[in-house]
Ligand binder design. Structure first.
Ligand SMILES: Nc1ncnc2c1ncn2[C@@H]1O[C@H](COP(=O)(O)OP(=O)(O)OP(=O)(O)O)[C@@H](O)[C@H]1O
Ligand SMILES: [Mg+2]
Length: 160
């Protein structure tokens, strides 16, 4: 795997990890965790089964949570205490309208000691904090089934 998340100039930058395997994705997740500060709102983008939850698990473990991380598909949000704060892992796939997020009271969850990791963020438009980071995961058409490109964006590169 190319190590690209260690960029000294990550304020405004973008990194790519070319992951050949689950182990590489695990390493990419830990590298992303090392770049996150409180508060951060990370949108995890990618098609169904791209690997968003798999990557989120590694980020959460990289932030210091020891224990099982389960997909928040059914309850929309799962909460994990980590060093220095709390991670809220969300999967908004099942939302039918962004207004349904009112019931989660995200304003109460979002604060100086919060990290949001959000799958299917486009379904929560208008109700989520703006992204401080974005991760795009893709499996190129002709690549082996365990291959993933993981692009990590922050700062000015969020707009591209
Ligand atoms: N290099 C890899 N990185 C991530 N996932 C991989 C990789 N290779 C294989 N996989 C597999 O791809 C699947 C990814 O599933 P995962 O639930 O993480 O996707 P998702 O993007 O969260 O999907 P959904 O949109 O349904 O929430 C898992 O079964 C995982 O084992
Ligand atoms: Mg998922």
């Amino acid at each position: 795997m190319q190590s690209l998340f260690e960029s000294k100039n990550l304020e405004n930058s973008e990194g790519l990890a070319q992951c050949q395997s689950l182990d590489d994705t695990e390493a990419a997740g830990r590298a992303i965790a090392a770049q996150l500060t409180f508060p951060s709102c990370v949108y995890l983008d990618g098609a169904m089964a791209a690997g968003k939850t798999t990557l989120a698990k590694s980020i959460i473990h990289g932030l210091g949570y020891v224990g099982d991380v389960t997909s928040p598909t059914y309850n929309l949000v799962q909460e994990y205490p980590v060093r220095g704060g709390t991670v809220y892992h969300m999967d908004l796939y099942r939302l039918e309208a962004p207004e349904e997020l009112e019931f989660l009271a995200l304003d109460d969850l979002w604060g100086e000691q919060s990290i949001f990791l959000v799958e299917w963020s486009e379904r929560g438009v208008g109700w989520l904090p703006p992204a401080t980071h974005r991760v795009e995961i893709e499996l190129p058409l002709d690549a082996p089934s365990t291959y993933r490109n993981i692009v990590f964006k922050t700062g000015a590169s969020l707009k591209t």
